[in-house]
Design a protein around this ligand. Structure first.
Ligand SMILES: Nc1ncnc2c1ncn2[C@@H]1O[C@H](COP(=O)(O)OP(=O)(O)OP(=O)(O)O)[C@@H](O)[C@H]1O
Ligand SMILES: [Mg+2]
Length: 232
């Protein structure tokens, strides 16, 4: 049986700004596989968000390819898919956590979490019960019927984290998911991520400035001078 994976082949990203060009990512090759956890560290501005956006297909590399291998044994070149296909892939296989939570303010906290499952016609009661358990676990049960704008930044971030894992994605890509959290919540979030990895063989890729968070991942990298460098 083939492994699910995201393979980066010689990724380069150049931003053009006015007359100048910045080469943020120079020549990055890596293979992120199922049931594994990866930390990407690097100073502010080193290219962590850029790389995670490229891995998710939300941004395209200047050169290079991203090959996604799926449970049915098929592989696809992410940037050769039509935008519709790419959106379907994202929806089905990816969970994303951005530096900003991007919650829908017209909906309550719990509605934000169950929305995708309800659209996919999953049983509502089960979805709400599952969401309640996760909200309790991350200390947000009392906020379940609040609008996200009434929550603190760290609380919104935790809602975005629950939403991202809720539909059991194959790949979880999280950009500094614990940046706004206190120490206890950092640990609960990482515990939750690692449990998801065990439960459904999720591949977890997170960027972080926090070396304690990085230490809990199996594989650790630093982006330095546009390269992805393994660290011990
Ligand atoms: N759309 C863009 N156009 C031009 N330059 C950009 C763009 N997006 C990012 N950059 C530049 O690319 C570099 C890497 O940015 P990126 O956001 O990937 O860094 P980061 O490692 O995520 O930083 P942080 O830790 O602050 O989140 C920065 O120098 C940034 O100014
Ligand atoms: Mg960033």
């Amino acid at each position: 049986m083939s492994l699910c994976s995201i393979e980066l082949r010689a990724i380069q990203k150049v931003y053009k700004q006015g007359g100048t060009q910045i080469e943020v990512l120079k020549d990055i090759s890596a293979n992120f596989v199922e049931n594994s956890s990866y930390a990407i560290t690097g100073v502010s501005g080193s290219g962590k968000s850029t790389l995670l956006h490229i891995i998710s297909g939300l941004d395209t590399p200047t050169t290079g390819n991203i090959i996604i291998s799926l449970p049915d044994g098929t592989s696809s070149n992410l940037n050769k898919l039509s935008s519709e296909q790419r959106a379907q892939y994202l929806n089905k296989y990816y969970g994303l956590v951005f530096q900003q939570p991007y919650l829908m303010n017209e909906l309550t906290v719990i509605e934000n979490i169950v929305l995708k499952g309800l659209i996919a016609k999953k049983p509502a009661l089960q979805q709400y019960q599952k969401a309640e358990l996760l909200l309790k676990r991350l200390g947000l049960y009392e906020k379940k019927d609040s609008k996200p704008s009434r929550l603190s930044g760290g609380q919104q971030q935790r809602v975005a984290i629950i939403r991202a894992i809720f539909n059991e994605p194959l790949f979880l890509i999280a950009d500094e998911p614990t940046a706004n959290l206190d120490e206890a919540h950092v640990q609960s979030v990482i515990d939750l991520f690692l449990e998801c990895k065990q439960q459904w063989n999720m591949c977890l890729i997170i960027s972080t400035h926090d070396m304690q968070v990085a230490e809990r991942m199996q594989y650790k990298f630093r982006i330095y001078d546009g390269q992805l460098i393994p660290i011990n």
